[in-house]
Design a protein around this ligand. Structure first.
Ligand code: HEC
Length: 159
């Protein structure tokens, strides 16, 4: 492993740490940290808030490890209500889009309205409905098709 790779890894690890710390002061902190850790009504809801599935199948994101589960859930960035908003990492602020199902299928900021397949592609491949790459900090997720269906069903319940 060359020095550059090591440097990149160290920077990445540092960024993850700062990202976690900054959630304490982000706009979502209050809604996020008061979420129950158990007693979810559905598998989709559990995944949305904890990035952990009922099936026990790991849901791994491109940023973060198993230990980061929960902190890196969809809710942490897109809000408990799915409406998105502004998140913060150090000096960098980012806008997390509205990912309620009806907002996505109405097109949101994209020209192409999302379908279920396009939502799945966004989550697992990091490409938006128009085919444009989704920028960090949106992670790329490894998640099974049945968990994705459950997650999409949950997004449908967000009003
Ligand atoms: C660390 C913050 C973060 C986490 C965690 C996160 N997202 Fe995102 N997400 C973003 C940001 C920022 C964008 C916008 C990226 C861009 O526009 O390039 C985004 C974009 C998206 C989009 C595309 C929306 C559009 O209008 O094109 C979808 C769908 C989405 N996220 C779903 C999810 C789901 C489902 C989860 C949980 C499995 C999740 N995200 C977790 C930050 C996050």
């Amino acid at each position: 492993m060359n020095t550059l790779k090591i440097a990149i890894i160290l920077i990445a690890v540092g960024m993850i740490g700062l990202l976690v710390l900054s959630y304490n002061t982000s706009t979502y902190s209050s809604s996020y940290y008061t979420q129950p850790v158990s007693g979810f009504k559905s598998n989709g809801e559990r995944i949305y808030f904890t990035a952990t599935s009922d099936s026990g199948e790991p849901i791994i994101s491109s940023i973060g490890t198993m230990a980061m589960r929960g902190m890196m859930s969809c809710a942490a960035c897109h809000g408990a209500d799915g409406k998105g908003g502004q998140g913060r990492m150090m000096m960098w602020t980012f806008d997390a889009p509205d990912i309620r199902y009806y907002a996505l299928t109405a097109g949101g900021g994209n020209e192409t309205p999302y379908t279920d397949e396009l939502i799945k592609r966004a989550i697992t491949k990091g490409v938006d409905a128009d085919g444009k790459r989704l920028e960090p900090p949106m992670p790329v997720w490894q998640v099974s098709d049945s968990d994705l269906n459950d997650l999409i069903d949950y997004l449908k319940t967000l009003k």
